[in-house]
Design a protein around this ligand. Structure first.
Ligand code: FEO
Length: 394
């Protein structure tokens, strides 16, 4: 991505990763991503906010050279994760006078992960400021977005917030600013779901912390820049609220069709009761879609056959993921089939210890669903509707 001026003497100097399709060898990136870095030239000092993932460091360095940057005084590290910090050693090698400005936790992490020498750091505290001459950077600690050391940088004179991952989206685009709001909303929600939802309470606290800050622009370190900040701030308020929707997610896997029949029947039964249903066939689903659906849903019903006396490993993965992401779910249940017995219910419900869910009576049947099994599914759908009503969701 060629360097672009976003305001006078403020440049976007990061890189677009069009081809990346997996993050942390885990999270699908259907739209690629960007690693945004920002260069701010003050009347006296120059600052670089965040860097890029190390495979893309040449692009960052090329952009700095094209802008004829001869000296960087401050390298602001909002977050230690390598997709933003990976090029710090290279930048320091080219600009040896630069001080890495960050908090104590991030400093330790960068020393451990990137072997940055302690002498290179300028450690700051919450709400400390650094002057670039005619521009002032304020640092706002915002822990657990999504690591413990995360902070935000605020450019006071221009009212620009540089929040790194916070408010970002994995979306490769040559457009610098948000244009297709729906597309950005979906990508940002997916990103929130995958890495920030487990820290919902901390995120709410951080939203509160910036609520009185005048913000004209949010320039995150992934995806497009928000020139209408309230759009993404309001989305985060909604996602982190305590509200859930009248929705049931059904992640399922079926080996010989019995569990599939149960799921198909249950989907129809729930729809008939006015409940929104989102089934996810775990052999095909993009796990990010499931994570995104977990942001709002009131209930989850996991569907699994019995394998080696327990749940299918794909169902175990879904249960593990739902538990780890700590969504706002209020109710959970299980449907499935077995041939000669098993401990499916105990194993799956025992995996949901992070969730404050009430378990609704599961429907576990022997072999292919029979008439009485379908009646049991009707009762499960009734029970879910009643639970949603009693929780004030319907
Ligand atoms: Fe984009 Fe947490 O790194």
């Amino acid at each position: 991505m060629a360097a672009k001026e976003i305001k006078t003497n403020i440049f976007s100097v990061g890189a677009i990763d069009w081809d990346r399709r997996l993050f942390d060898e885990l999270i699908p990136l259907p739209d690629g991503t960007t690693y945004n870095a920002y260069l701010i030239k003050g009347s006296q000092k120059t600052a670089l906010i965040d860097t890029v993932d190390s495979p893309k460091q040449d692009e960052l360095i090329d952009n700095l050279k094209r802008l004829k940057i001869e000296k960087i005084d401050y390298l602001i590290a909002n977050h230690a994760e390598q997709d933003h910090s990976g090029a710090i050693p290279r930048v320091l090698a080219i600009y040896p006078e630069a001080k890495v400005v960050t908090d104590a936790k991030c400093e330790t992490m960068l020393m451990d992960m990137l072997l940055v020498p302690e002498s290179k750091f300028l450690q700051i505290k919450d709400r400390d400021m650094v002057s670039l001459g005619d521009k002032t950077l304020e640092f706002i600690f915002a822990p657990w977005v999504h690591w413990p050391e995360t902070m935000l940088t605020y450019l006071k004179e221009e009212k620009i917030l540089f929040p790194c991952d916070f408010f970002g989206s994995h979306l490769a685009s040559s457009k610098l600013y948000v244009q297709d709001k729906y597309k950005v909303y979906e990508a940002a929600k997916r990103y929130y779901a995958e890495i920030m939802m487990p820290f919902r309470t901390n995120i709410k606290r951080n939203l509160e912390k910036i609520k009185d800050l005048p913000i004209d622009m949010i320039a995150p370190s992934h995806g497009p820049i928000h020139s209408e900040p309230e759009f993404i701030i309001n989305a985060y308020k909604d996602w982190t609220s305590d509200d859930v929707k009248n929705e049931v997610l059904i992640p399922f896997v079926s080996m010989h069709g019995s569990t599939k029949k149960l799921v198909d029947y249950l989907v129809d039964a729930l729809i008939e009761r006015g409940i929104t249903v989102k089934p996810f066939n775990l052999t095909q689903t993009d796990i990010g879609e499931l994570a995104m659906a977990l942001v709002d849903a009131a209930s989850i019903i996991i569907g699994s056959p019995t394998v080696l006396t327990g749940p299918h490993p794909s169902a175990v993965y879904a249960a593990y993921l739902a538990n780890a992401l700590r969504p706002k779910l209020k109710f959970a249940s299980l449907v499935g089939s077995y041939g000669w017995g098993g401990r499916m219910v105990d194993i799956i419900t025992g995996m949901l210890t992070n969730l404050k869910v009430e378990i609704v009576e599961p429907v576990i049947i022997k072999g292919y669903p029979k008439k009485e099994d379908l009646h049991a599914l009707e009762r499960l759908a009734d029970a879910i509707l009643e639970k949603h009503k009693s929780a004030g969701i319907v």
